[in-house]
Write a protein of this length. Structure first.
Ligand code: MG
Length: 259
């Protein structure tokens, strides 16, 4: 069942989502060759708890960490570990926060040091896919319009769009109806109304769209071993233009300072 959020609920989801953005900025500041994803996870958990909030992923279906950290060919749901990040890696960091009963959810793919131009392009295009999807999250459009826009943009660049994992509603639960695929046909899917809160989350592969599930029950990586990127925002459907509830603003400030 799909539920539309009240203004008060949207305010709470916005607060949670903005805290995710600030948490990802703390992570951004720490990312460097030699740092482990477990260290990033500890930074994120401490930051969230210092704000009186709870990590949204910890305990979800038995997941033990605050972040999903997905390196290079890992698409999503990578488990933080003790392997140091290397110069030239990319790491997709997905974070959820629960605060005052409501979740926020956002993800950003970071470069570790200097990455090659081909991978940099993947990150740029995946981010453009996110914005193409968000542009469709308006009253009167359908969820298939979001998927269509994401898929079109990714495939124009020869990239593969992951089918097995999708965006989703967000609210009192981390994952709510409806599903928001990153592929699809225009004019299909749920008719969206003002107050529908969605996590739009393109997962775009440099090569094949096919993925493999690892035996740890979480990690999903590309079938061909080529890199994958993931950007995600929590947004609310509005008339005319979606409102983005999460923010990359703090991340960008940190990244600009690192250059
Ligand atoms: Mg999500």
């Amino acid at each position: 069942m799909v539920n539309l959020k009240t203004a008060e609920e949207i305010n709470l989801i916005r607060q949670s989502s903005l805290l995710v953005g600030k948490t990802l900025a703390e992570v951004a500041a720490a990312i460097a060759p030699g740092v482990t994803t477990l260290q990033l996870d500890a930074i994120a958990e401490t930051f969230i708890r210092d704000h009186g909030a709870e990590p949204g992923f910890k305990g979800y279906n038995g997941f033990k960490h605050t972040l999903c950290t997905s390196v290079n060919d890992v698409v999503v749901h990578g488990i933080p570990n003790q392997t140091p990040l290397l110069e030239g890696d990319i790491v997709s960091v997905d974070c959820g926060v629960k605060w005052n009963g409501f979740f926020g959810d956002s993800a950003y793919t970071f470069a570790v040091g200097t990455i090659n131009n081909e991978v940099r392009r993947l990150l740029e295009v995946t981010r453009e896919c996110l914005h193409a999807g968000i542009a469709q999250a308006v009253q009167g459009h359908r969820t298939g319009d979001i998927g269509f826009a994401v898929q079109q943009h990714a495939e124009q660049h020869g990239y593969g769009v992951v089918r097995e994992l999708v965006g989703h509603g967000v609210g009192r639960n981390l994952h709510e109806a409806p599903e928001v695929p990153n592929f699809g046909k225009r004019g299909t899917g749920l008719l969206m109304k003002e107050g529908l809160v969605l996590a739009i989350a393109p997962m775009i592969n440099m090569g094949t769209r096919n993925v493999k599930q690892h035996r740890d029950g979480w990690t999903v990586s590309t079938a061909d071993g080529k890199p994958s990127a993931h950007f995600e925002h929590t947004v609310v459907v509005r008339e005319g233009k979606a409102e983005v509830l999460s923010s990359f603003e703090w991340i960008e400030k940190i990244l600009a300072g690192k250059e």
